[in-house]
Design a protein around this ligand. Structure first.
Ligand code: ZN
Ligand code: ZN
Length: 181
């Protein structure tokens, strides 16, 4: 039932002619799906476990588990770090021709022979790429004065920063007024 690893998300339904179910393992480079970003680099190909189920004559139910890794830059400390991406796709394809409206409504059509889920996988992965990434919630980032990496070193400006914050805090101003009276 299970074949060797493939490098395409295009399936020939002739392969499914005499069976109701088939599983495929697909390894496809992100770039070959047009997944190219400046701020996120795919460090592994997309690994997809794809299952095709035939329902009735020509309707195909597709389920795919997609896994990959990307390297992104932390918005605070600008160090690159890896993020695991895992997502699942479930689609139903009927024989027919596809209009753009139907595509948006999650209805899929194929010509009865060739079933291509490349675009669906691409769009699903795009949704998973983080837009605002931090290497850690606790990341201290860079000092805005001297550029020191505050995760690794404390810098001399840090105390001045804190006193500025206190002074601009309306409650500390209020407490000073209360003290003076
Ligand atoms: Zn960071
Ligand atoms: Zn500093």
């Amino acid at each position: 039932m299970r074949e060797g690893i493939r490098d395409t998300l295009v399936f020939d339904m002739k392969d499914l002619r005499h069976e109701d179910f088939k599983a495929f393992e697909v390894l496809v480079p992100a770039a070959s799906l047009g997944l190219v970003y400046e701020e996120a680099e795919f460090t592994e190909p997309l690994s997809c476990a794809v299952r095709l189920f035939r329902q009735g004559n020509d309707t195909i139910y597709v389920a795919a588990d997609i896994e990959t890794k990307i390297s992104v830059e932390c918005r605070r400390c600008i160090n690159p770090f890896e993020v695991d991406i895992t997502t699942t796709l479930e689609l139903l394809f009927a024989v027919g021709s596809e209009s753009l409206e139907q595509r948006e409504a999650d209805e899929r059509y194929y010509d009865g022979e060739i079933l291509d889920i490349s675009e669906d996988v691409r769009q699903e992965v795009i949704l998973e790429v983080p837009v605002w990434s931090l290497c850690s919630e606790m990341c201290k980032g860079l000092c805005s004065h001297c550029g020191a990496e505050l995760n690794f070193e404390a810098c001399a400006c840090e105390t001045t920063d804190e006193s500025t914050v206190l002074d601009s805090n309306p409650f500390s101003v209020l407490s000073k007024i209360l003290e003076n009276n």
